[in-house]
Design a protein around this ligand. Structure first.
Ligand code: HEC
Length: 102
């Protein structure tokens, strides 16, 4: 009985957060997509690893909808030709790593 409870606890702890605004996104996939198509341009703007764009005080994106819209806009501008699923993966990654929208 105790073991079942423990295992159940583990399951819950390791399950992805369903409250995430990008429930279908896979943050790991998103990171590699992002590193491939998005980083170099942001780095040329803000230096470092480019992430300052997401964590700066005056960042533009204020909620999950705006994040989604910005990813779509940059995807189009950059000509990355991502599918909506790929935008979701990137959304999950950026949200987990930087934005933390609920
Ligand atoms: C050709 C250059 C370029 C490429 C490539 C690019 N971006 Fe951007 N990105 C920008 C610019 C310009 C901004 C706006 C900066 C501002 O408003 O101050 C921006 C801003 C953003 C922001 C909002 C930052 C904030 O203020 O909160 C996100 C999120 C973002 N980009 C995601 C992406 C993703 C995902 C990709 C890859 C598909 C990508 N970008 C590729 C130029 C680019």
């Amino acid at each position: 009985m105790k073991l079942t409870v423990m295992l159940f606890g583990l399951l819950i702890a390791s399950a992805p957060s369903f409250a995430s605004p990008f429930p279908k996104g896979d943050a790991k996939v998103g990171k590699s997509l992002h590193d491939k198509s998005c980083v170099s341009c942001h780095v040329s703007m803000v230096g470092g690893d480019g992430s300052a764009l997401y964590s700066r005080q005056e960042r533009k994106v204020k909620n999950a909808q705006q994040l989604q819209a910005r990813i779509r806009g940059c995807n189009t501008n950059a000509g990355a030709n991502w599918f909506p699923e790929e935008e979701n993966h990137a959304g999950a990654y950026l949200n987990n790593a930087y934005y933390h929208f609920k």
